[in-house]
Design a protein around this ligand. Structure first.
Ligand code: SF4
Ligand code: SF4
Length: 442
């Protein structure tokens, strides 16, 4: 049979055929639970992509594209599938096919140019954008705008600005990338030389959390190298089917990090670790990069993996808190990292870890899903916060900036008595409290 998708990034047809339609994946798919529609299930998505590949469904159909973008790419279906169908990957590959043939209108082209090919290409551009937002907050414009609710009164798609504004937490004074030295020495005798892949959003929005990551690493006798020239991992581009930009970013980061002698490459952003681990596959057919990309990806670790591997120095200080853990999809489903973060939380003296129901369910953030599919995302967020609230935890710990951003926005909106922290902030608090001799309370 002549297949419709023939590019190097085409959905893997043999993997499409591997679906035996057992329906096991329906039980874990958040969009199926929300809509109860076969087309919003992993099995339905596989069937749609296969139909398009076999020429039974027009690739250019807006409905087909909509169905592809309704998927969160949370990959819960991949974890449970007995046939090894990689639904999330198939959906992303199908998006890339659709985008390569589509001619979007000028407004969408402009947004893509600004967001994907300017802000999320080079950190300095993102930092300039963040500086404007910081000014917007510091001058009190944000409070005023929220008070009079003007953004909600904007017509049509401009209302999206209100959604974006509600998500925006107070920004740090400076992005961490500008503050960190290229080399931060180990606190004790150096055991490892570690490259720090500082995620774009972690640097400009959650600088405090990534500062904690660096402090935790140095506390564990790692010398931390943060190459200034690093660029976005490409996860936002993968989500929007922009494979050319994704590959260009991957080549740049591979060359840059391999230029330093590193034992590991670590990141505290689950989306970044998932994406950079895929560089080996992504550049696998390029003779000049295949071996280098394999070497790069083999060194990549999520911060929780690295700390349990080296292994973690026992914190002496206490953090007295009831904590629950939300698993980022890119960590538990895309990378299978489930135990290390819990192990680390349990190692913090004074912490009581209480598991929430559905800890590995998507919180609804999912890249830009919380903006593009606002109502669906809000249902997932409500479900997540209800599960977290039922544990009575005062701290929700997670390991991905998208989850931090969305959970914090939900906690603010619902005025919940809980804090949302990155894993390394909890650990750092324990190390700090032992250094300063006080039992910390988060
Ligand atoms: S669990 Fe796997 S094989 Fe079964 S229906 Fe879902 S995708 Fe197909
Ligand atoms: S990736 Fe998530 S939302 Fe998409 S089909 Fe799989 S379980 Fe459903």
């Amino acid at each position: 049979m002549r297949l419709r998708f023939a590019s190097v990034d085409a959905p893997d047809y043999s993997n499409l055929l591997a679906c035996i339609r057992c329906g096991l994946c329906l039980s874990v798919c958040p969009t199926y639970h929300t809509d109860h529609l076969e087309t919003q299930s992993p099995r339905g998505r596989v069937a749609l992509i296969r139909a398009a590949d076999e020429g039974r469904l027009p690739v250019g159909s807006p409905t087909f594209r909509d169905h592809l973008y309704h998927c969160l790419d949370c990959r819960a279906c991949q974890t449970i599938c007995p046939s090894g169908v990689r639904v999330g990957e198939l959906v992303l590959a199908a998006r890339a096919e659709v985008e390569s043939e589509r001619r979007p209108g000028w407004a969408e082209r402009l947004i893509r140019l600004v967001v994907l090919r300017t802000l999320f290409i080079a950190p300095p551009w993102l930092e300039r954008g963040a500086a404007l937002l910081r000014l917007y907050q510091r001058l009190g414009v944000q409070s005023f705008v929220r008070k009079i609710g003007v953004l909600n009164k904007l017509p049509g798609r401009l209302k999206t600005l209100a959604v974006l504004d509600a998500l925006l937490p107070p920004l740090p004074a400076r992005p961490l990338r500008q503050e960190l030295a290229e080399v931060t020495p180990a606190r004790g005798e150096r055991r490892y030389r570690v490259g720090f892949f500082l995620g774009c959003v972690m640097s400009v929005v959650f600088a405090e959390a990534s500062r904690s990551t660096v402090d935790v690493l140095t506390e564990n006798d790692c010398e931390v190298v943060t190459p200034k020239g690093q660029r976005c991992c490409g996860a936002p581009h993968a989500g929007e089917g922009d494979m050319a930009t994704l590959r260009a970013l991957a080549r740049h980061n591979v060359d840059l990090f391999l230029g330093h002698r590193l034992d590991y490459i670590v990141t505290d952003c689950a989306a970044c670790s998932a994406q950079t681990k895929e560089y080996a596959h992504l550049l696998g057919l390029e003779p000049a990069y295949a071996a280098k990309a394999r070497a790069f990806s083999a060194k990549v670790r999520d911060i929780s993996e690295l700390l349990t591997e080296i292994p973690l120095k026992q914190p002496a200080g206490e953090v007295r808190a009831r904590v629950t853990y939300h698993e980022a999809c890119h960590l538990c489903h895309a990378q299978g990292v489930r135990t290390p973060p819990r192990e680390i939380i349990r190692r913090v003296p004074g912490v009581e870890l209480v598991e929430m129901r559905e800890s590995d369910w998507c919180c609804g953030s999912a890249g830009v899903y919380n903006v593009t599919h606002r109502e669906r995302a809000r249902k997932l967020l409500g479900r997540k916060l209800a599960n977290a609230g039922a544990t009575g935890a005062e701290v929700i710990v997670t390991g991905n900036p998208g989850c931090l951003l969305y959970l914090q926005a939900g906690v603010r909106e619902q005025r919940l008595n809980a804090r949302v922290l990155h894993l390394t902030q909890l650990l750092d608090a324990a190390y700090r409290s032992s250094r300063h001799g006080d039992a910390g309370r988060r």
